[in-house]
Write a protein that binds this ligand. Structure first.
Ligand SMILES: [Zn+2]
Length: 414
């Protein structure tokens, strides 16, 4: 197995890291937790935290119920300390690509580094999924280029909420509508609980501590271990509670500033994550023009590094009452009433897909669709297509299969 040398700046020594930092399989039936570190090669702190925690978890193996995997995302990029080599590994998880990776259905000229990384990474995950009934929990460990409190980003499913509610950090929902094909959206649509945990700023010792704490908490909240079986559980919990300064609110993404290849983008200096901003406040310079906030809110993930095409996001706090109302309405199946809203209609006679006509619909229609568990899929002029997430309250109950595999199963063999 390929392995790389990585300098552990916390312990002051070089360590060897391979794709599988740990794959701990127990005979007991139970949940499967899959941790990923280094999906971006310039974010080694998640990998270091996994290396540290897994040493202990291996010793605690007899207590485990289920399976624990700790995997490295982009091994080559991690070795070089770069976000990616040719393509962002966290933007290529389209069902079709995953299916090609699964079958290794690539012409040799198409195999760039990230395709190779995807083939290896998915090979391990897919094997686990084929052999296990689930449930599956994915925790993808990242850091940000800017100083930040730790936080979670995820799709707004009830399954994800139930897990993230327990972690004492802020949660940001809706980012998957702006990012193309991150791994977590793909596995979420297979019915897995999945979230990205941003531990803090790149390369900080505190980010490693936050990642370690999140790993321990995830082992408990997924049901693989019991709180009492983990030494110093309370200390890990308090690590995150204090690092996040007690903020456990849920925020939604309101805006994303895109940067195209060749654009000149510069964030104005001094922004930190979750900093309050006012409408019309100057935020960045983009191809010689000043970008300003379109509404009051908070700045989120401002870009202060060379690579990446998300300039910044803006977010807004969602009140708990709305989260509760949406939980209730989804549970009662009231999303079926959405078609009676002005400017909203079913697409192909299905409640699962809705088309919103912005020229007729009220300004709040998007908010209501989001709260009802729909995600924005595509925009055609005034029309926007929304799709309801298939697995909201629970997963498929058997091993998740991709839509393509389902479609294939229905096809007769040639
Ligand atoms: Zn990242």
């Amino acid at each position: 197995m390929r392995s790389i040398r990585l300098f552990d700046f916390v312990e002051g020594e070089a360590i060897q890291v391979s794709r599988e930092i740990a794959s701990i399989r127990t005979k007991a039936d139970g949940p499967n937790v899959i941790f990923i570190g280094g999906m971006h090669g310039n974010e080694p702190t998640g990998v270091l935290a996994l290396a540290h925690v897994m040493r202990h978890v291996k010793r605690l193996q007899p207590l485990l119920k289920g399976n624990v995997y700790a995997l490295v995302g982009n091994l080559t990029a991690l070795e070089r300390g770069e976000r990616f080599i040719e393509k962002d590994l966290n933007r290529i998880w389209h069902a079709e690509h995953v299916e090609r990776a699964r079958k290794r259905d690539y012409h040799p000229t198409e195999i760039i580094n990230e395709v190779e990384e995807q083939i290896e990474l998915w090979g391990i995950i897919d094997e686990l999924m084929q052999e296990n009934p689930g449930p599956f929990f994915f925790v993808d460990l990242h850091t940000t280029s800017v100083k930040s409190v730790p936080f979670i980003t995820m799709s707004d499913t009830i399954m994800n909420r139930q897990f993230s509610n327990k972690v004492p950090v802020p949660v940001v929902i809706g980012i998957e509508e702006y990012l193309s094909e991150p791994l977590l959206s793909y596995v979420n649509e297979l019915g897995c609980v999945s979230m990205a945990f941003e531990g803090g700023q790149h390369g900080e010792a505190e980010s490693v501590q936050n990642h370690e704490a999140m790993i321990w908490l995830s082992l408990v909240y997924s049901g693989v271990m019991k709180k009492m079986e983990i030494p110093h559980f309370k200390k890990h919990y308090e690590q995150l509670l204090n690092a996040a300064k007690g903020d456990r609110k849920v925020y939604e993404i309101r805006y994303r500033q895109h940067i195209a290849a060749g654009d000149i983008f510069q964030m104005l200096p001094g922004f930190v994550n979750f900093q309050s901003i006012k409408r019309d406040q100057p935020l960045a310079k983009h191809n010689g023009q000043t970008l300003r906030a379109t509404e009051d809110g908070m700045i989120f993930m401002p870009l202060y590094q060379a690579q990446g095409n998300d300039g910044y996001f803006t977010i807004r706090h969602i009140k708990r009452i709305w989260l509760y109302v949406s939980y209730l309405f989804r549970g009662l199946g009231l999303y079926r009433m959405l078609r009676f809203l002005p400017g909203v209609r079913c697409y192909m006679q299905s409640d699962e897909m809705m088309v919103v006509d912005k020229s007729i619909a009220r300004w709040y229609s998007t908010e209501i669709l989001h709260l009802m568990g729909y995600r924005r899929k595509k925009k055609y002029g005034d029309l926007t297509l929304f799709i309801r997430r298939k697995y909201d309250f629970r997963g498929p109950g058997k091993r998740p299969t991709s839509n393509l595999q389902n479609a294939e199963a229905g096809k007769s063999k040639e």
